[in-house]
Design a protein around this ligand. Structure first.
Ligand code: 5SP
Length: 246
C-alpha cells in the first residue's frame, strides 16, 4: 500500500478511475476473444492522469487482479496503483506484472495503456529471441518496421519494465517480444495497446507460416516509411468522424 488512498485524490481523478475501471475490465474480454491468452495469462492496464501534477509523476493506473478468471472480472475487481506500483485502491492482489506496467508509465509519459500476453506465435518468436522482420504491409502500418526483441528479465520487479522501456523508447513499434517470455505492447490508451497485442500475434503467425514456404521478402525502407505514415495519419476515420472506429 502506498499510504495514500483514492479519497486523497481530487473528485475528477476519482471519477476518471471509475470510468477507467470499466474500460480496463471490459478490455480483458478482448484477450480471449482474439485468442491471445490461455487461463489468466495476460493483463491490461490504463493510465489515469492526475491534472494536479502536470509532470505525470502523481498519475495512477488501473490493472487487473492477479490470477482471476477473465469471465469473473468486474470493474470493482480492478486494482488502482500509483506509478511506483503501490496499491492505492482495490481489495485484490494486483497482477504479477504490476511493477513492469508501473515502470513503463513512469518512464514513457506518452504511454496511456500497456498490455501483456503470452500469445502463441509472438511468444514462439520471443522464445527464439528473434525479431519479426518487416515483410508485410500490415507490419509497416502498425509497427513501422520489425518487431524488436527485449532482454531476458525476471518477473516481479523492475527488470521487465526496464527491458520494455530500453527497447521501445524512440522505436516506432508499440510491441516488444521479451526474450523467453512474450509480447508487451503499449499505446496511447489500453485499447490501442490491446490492438497492438492482437496485431503482433497476427503478424507473428503470418511471418512464421511464410517462413515454412521459403524466405520472406523484405519491404524497402522507403515503402515502410510511406505505409507507416499513411496508416498512422490517414487510415480510418479522422478525428471529426471517429464514431465506430476500431
Ligand atoms: O507472465 C506472467 C507470469 O509468468 C503473467 O503475465 C501471468 O501470466 C499473468 O499474471 P497475472 O496478471 O494474472 O498476475
Amino acid at each position: 500500500m502506498s499510504g495514500t488512498t483514492l479519497t486523497d485524490y481530487a473528485p475528477e481523478v476519482q471519477e476518471e478511475v471509475a470510468r477507467v475501471r470499466a474500460v480496463v475490465s471490459d478490455l480483458h474480454a478482448e484477450l480471449p476473444r482474439w485468442g491471445l491468452v490461455v487461463w489468466t495469462a495476460g493483463n491490461v492496464s490504463q493510465r489515469v492522469p492526475n491534472p494536479a501534477v502536470p509532470d505525470g509523476s502523481a498519475d495512477l493506473f488501473v490493472i487487473k487482479p492477479s490470477g482471476v478468471s477473465y469471465d469473473a472480472l468486474t470493474p470493482a475487481d480492478m486494482v488502482v496503483c500509483d506509478l511506483d506500483g503501490a496499491l492505492v485502491d482495490g481489495t485484490r492482489a494486483p497482477s504479477s506484472d504490476t511493477a513492469a506496467h508501473a515502470y513503463v508509465y513512469r518512464h514513457l509519459p506518452e504511454v496511456g495503456g500497456v498490455v501483456h500476453t503470452h500469445s502463441t506465435y509472438a511468444t514462439a518468436w520471443a522464445a527464439r529471441g528473434e525479431e519479426i522482420p518487416c515483410v508485410l504491409t500490415m507490419m509497416a502500418d502498425e509497427f513501422g518496421g520489425p518487431v524488436p526483441v527485449g532482454p531476458f528479465a525476471i518477473i516481479g520487479d523492475d527488470s521487465i519494465g526496464r527491458g520494455i522501456v530500453e527497447t521501445l523508447r524512440g522505436h516506432r513499434s508499440p510491441a516488444v517480444l521479451m526474450r523467453n517470455h512474450g509480447p508487451f505492447t503499449i499505446g496511447k490508451d489500453a485499447r490501442a495497446a490491446v490492438k497492438a497485442a492482437a496485431m503482433v500475434e497476427e503478424v507473428a503467425r503470418t511471418v512464421h507460416v511464410s517462413r515454412q514456404l521459403g524466405e520472406p521478402v523484405p519491404i524497402e525502407q522507403q515503402h515502410i516509411d510511406s505505409l507507416y505514415d499513411r496508416y498512422q495519419n490517414v487510415y480510418g476515420q479522422q478525428p471529426a468522424t471517429t464514431e465506430g472506429q476500431a
